[in-house]
Each structure stands twice: as C-alpha cells, then as structure tokens.
Design a protein around this ligand. Structure first.
Ligand code: SF4
Ligand code: MG
Length: 322
C-alpha cells in the first residue's frame, strides 16, 4: 500500500454558544469535509492562512483533537474508530513537532528528561539504554551529549526546535506532523532546520505532513502540496505543478505574492479584495467567492466539488467544470 495515511471527509465543527442559557447558536466549521492521503516517504505540504484549518487537520489526525466526523486511516488501521486507551501504540508511530518549541518543552526539565520521557511512557529500555539513546539522538539532530543536562531556556530558538525534533524521533515514528516548525525562527536558521528535517527523512524513512502558512517554505521540501481556505482543501497537486500551473484563483493569488528569483517567471501580483471572512459565518457556495477575481453567479450558490483535473492535480473551482 502506497498510502501511509488517508483522510476521508474530515470535519471539525466547534459550537458557538450565546445568550443567557448558553444555547448553541451556530458552528465554526474549522475543518469542513477534507479528503486527501499521504504516501509513504513523501513530504505533504499543507498551506493556508491562519484560521484555514490546517493545524486543526494536523491535530485531528493524531486525535489530539477529536474530529466531528470523517475517517482517518493510518497504516491500515482506522484511527477514528479506536478507543482512547487504544491510541497508545499509534502515538508511537505518529509524532508531532510544534511551531513554538519553547511552549512545548517543559521548562523545569533537563533535555535528558524531556527526551527520555517518551521512552519511559512506553516502557522502552533500561535507564542506561535510555540515556544512551538520548545521547545518540542529540548527536543526530546536531547537538552534543553535554547539552543533556541543560534546560530549554539555555538554548537558542533553532536549538530548541532541534530538541523538539529529537523528542519526536525518540520512538522511531513513521509519520511526523510538523506544525509550522520553522515559522518562529529567523530566516537563516529556517534553512538549517529544514535541511536537518530532510536528512532525517532520508536516514529514518520518515513521512511528513508539513504545515505552513507560507508557500515559499514548503516549496522545496514538499513532494505534493495542499492549499486550504476557510476549512476546505481548494487545491492539491505535485509541488512543481502547483507552483508552475496553479489552477485555483486563491492559490494563484498566494503564489503571486511569493517572490520568484527567475525574471522569466515574474507573475503579476494579484491583490485579493476584502478581508478573510469569519469561519463562523462563511460565504455560501464557493467560500472564496467574496474575494475571487473570477467569481461567477454559480459560485455564490453552488459549492464546487473537489475534483481530479488529471495528472494528480485536484481543485475545487467552477472554472474547471468541463
Ligand atoms: Fe472563484 Fe468561482 Fe472558482 Fe470559487 S468557484 S474560486 S469563486 S471562480
Ligand atoms: Mg496554526
């Protein structure tokens, strides 16, 4: 089976309550009917503005957030039908790296303790074996064994992200969900961490879901890229194809804002009208119609299906209906 992870019709709705009785007055459709799969060994880039549902999607896959409906399949098992206490073996195979390693690393624990904890939780190895594995892992992510007795605040942002990555690797996972792992880092440090992640992918046979708000970050590391807008996937294509021939008007606008060093590739900057609508009150039909330069009558009433346009390229837009 080529696919490691399959997501079918995933939805995550949050109730909005109001009034003195706290009655449910509406819903925020944070993730609204998202379908895609991730192939073994690939990097799948998931891109969108904040509030597009990309983090909620990533966390739902690991059931750090409980989806409202839909299915998640991982390595032949249906994640969404497992009981809470059946999730443990799965947690070994699927790990997450967060945007802000400082917030995700316990400030009162040494690096040794932080890295050893996943092994303890899963009862792996003797204390001596665990310490050895911690030291090896520090070297693998470009730190040193003498860093083991230090605390998170004694490291730079880039080093802390290396620790976050080391922690995610301690259990030899198959899939890593990386939720904007370099967004908080300086540009010069970003490429170091991205290079490290690519080396680790090769050496450990990892599969990545790489979440970012910026198309330029995922461009070179992703095999395929999905673009989200207001909780929905609007386009999905092999990376090169998406960057060279974006089909969805939203992707076209996002890409027009990314500087391209090749003067032959200069795109005209597309400025989107209006603000990002509230996910609590999304527009009807195609949710992008309020900002789309190509909006037609049908766009205001009929939701475009997410369709295969050919060549592993999918989009949800009425411009491509024939
Ligand atoms: Fe624009 Fe219509 Fe396509 Fe939506 S469906 S992106 S509004 S052309
Ligand atoms: Mg986010």
């Amino acid at each position: 089976n080529q696919e490691l992870l399959t997501v079918k019709n995933l939805k995550k709705y949050y109730p909005i309550t109001g009034g003195v009785l706290g009655k449910e007055v509406g819903q925020v459709k944070a993730v609204d009917d998202v379908t895609f799969s991730i192939r073994r060994g690939e990097t799948f880039g998931l891109v969108g503005e904040s509030g597009s549902g990309k983090s909620t999607t990533g966390r739902s896959l690991l059931r750090l957030i409980e989806p409202t409906s839909g299915e998640v399949w991982f390595d032949g098992k249906q994640v969404t039908s497992l009981k809470k206490d059946e999730l443990r073996p799965l947690r070994r195979d699927m790990q997450i790296v967060f945007q802000d390693p400082f917030a995700s690393l316990n400030p009162r624990h040494t690096v040794a303790k932080i890295l050893e904890e996943p092994l303890q939780v899963h009862n792996i190895g003797t204390p001596a074996e665990r310490r050895k594995k911690v030291e090896q892992m520090l070297e693998i992510v470009g730190l040193n064994s003498y860093h083991a007795q230090r605390y998170p605040h004694q490291f730079s942002g880039g080093q802390r992200q290396r620790i976050g990555i080391a922690r995610a690797l301690m259990l030899n996972p198959k899939l890593i969900v990386a939720d904007e792992p370099v967004s908080a880092l300086d540009v010069s440090i970003q490429s170091q961490v991205l290079n490290l992640m690519q080396d680790l992918q090769r050496d450990f046979g990892l599969t990545y879901l790489f979440i970012a708000h910026d198309l330029s970050v995922v461009r070179h590391i992703s095999d395929r890229v999905g673009v989200m807008y207001l909780g929905r996937l609007v386009e999905l294509a092999p990376s090169e194809q998406l960057y060279e021939k974006p089909l969805h008007p939203y992707t076209q606008a996002l890409l027009s804002a990314v500087p391209d060093p090749d003067p032959d590739n200069r795109r005209e900057r597309i400025i989107l009208q209006g603000e990002l609508p509230s996910p609590a009150n999304p527009p009807s039909g195609c949710t992008f119609h309020t900002r789309c330069p190509h909006a037609m009558d049908i766009c205001r009433t009929v939701r475009p299906e997410f369709r295969d346009i050919g060549g592993d390229h999918f989009t949800a837009c009425h411009l491509y209906n024939e």
